[in-house]
Design a binder for this molecule. Structure first.
Ligand SMILES: [Zn+2]
Length: 198
C-alpha cells in the first residue's frame, strides 16, 4: 500500500535531513500529523524564517541576522587573533567556553580532493583579505583532526606564514568539531591555551 501523497511528501522532506533514513522519516512524519496544529504551524514558520532571516557575515562567514555579525562588530574583542573553524557551529561551541576573546573565521568546509573541493570552494579568499589588515598577529587553525582538516591546516599555514603572521594549531590534535562531544570545556580550553606554532 502506498502512503497518501501528503504524508509521502513529508517523509521525503524529512529524508533530506542528514542522518535521517526512511524509517526515522516515516516515524517523524506520523508524529507530525498527531502534533497540535499550532505547533506544526510554528515549526513550519521557524524553518522558513531561519533560512530567510539568517545570512553569512560578510567578514567572518558566521551565521548572523545582521551583517557584520555581533562578534565582528565587538571592538572589545582581541582584534589581533583570528581562530579558523570549519562551521558556524564550532563558533557556538568555543563561545560557550567563555575563554577565547579573539575573532573567528568560518571556512564552510575543508579542502577535499576526493569531493573535488579546492581552495576556491571554501572561504579562504576572504580570510587572506582580512589578513592584509596589520592588526592581525596570529591565526589559530582549529579545523578537525581528519586528514582533510589537517591538509587544510597545512595549506593555510603555508599561505599565511610568509606574510609574517604567527600560525598555530590547537594542542593534542584536539579539534573543535569532531571531538567536542567527548571533550569537556576544560579540555577544549587547554587545547586553545596549549596551541602550538605550525
Ligand atoms: Zn562576523
Amino acid at each position: 500500500m502506498q502512503y497518501p501523497e501528503p504524508i509521502a511528501k513529508l517523509i521525503e522532506s524529512y529524508m533530506k535531513l542528514p542522518g535521517i533514513g526512511n524509517k526515522t522519516a516515516t516515524r517523524l512524519a506520523f508524529y507530525t500529523i498527531d502534533m497540535q496544529q499550532d505547533d506544526v504551524t510554528d515549526f513550519a514558520k521557524a524553518l522558513v524564517a531561519a533560512q530567510r532571516d539568517l545570512h553569512y557575515c560578510s567578514i567572518c562567514g558566521n551565521i548572523t541576522e545582521e551583517d557584520p555579525c555581533l562578534i565582528c562588530r565587538d571592538k572589545q574583542r582581541d582584534q589581533s587573533t583570528v581562530l579558523v573553524v570549519e562551521t558556524p557551529k564550532d563558533i557556538m561551541t568555543l563561545e560557550r567556553m567563555h575563554e577565547y576573546h579573539g575573532l573567528y573565521h568560518v571556512l564552510h568546509g575543508v579542502l577535499s580532493p576526493i569531493e573535488g573541493k579546492g581552495p576556491k570552494d571554501i572561504n579562504i579568499a576572504s580570510l587572506l583579505k582580512r589578513l592584509q589588515n596589520d592588526a592581525i598577529k596570529e591565526v589559530i587553525i582549529a579545523t578537525n583532526a581528519t586528514p582533510e582538516g589537517e591538509a587544510t591546516a597545512t595549506y593555510l599555514s603555508r599561505l599565511i606564514k610568509p606574510a609574517g603572521i604567527k600560525v598555530t594549531r590547537l594542542a593534542h590534535g584536539l579539534s573543535v568539531g569532531s571531538d567536542i562531544e567527548y571533550a569537556d570545556e576544560m579540555t577544549l580550553m587547554k587545547a586553545v591555551e596549549g596551541r602550538q606554532e605550525m
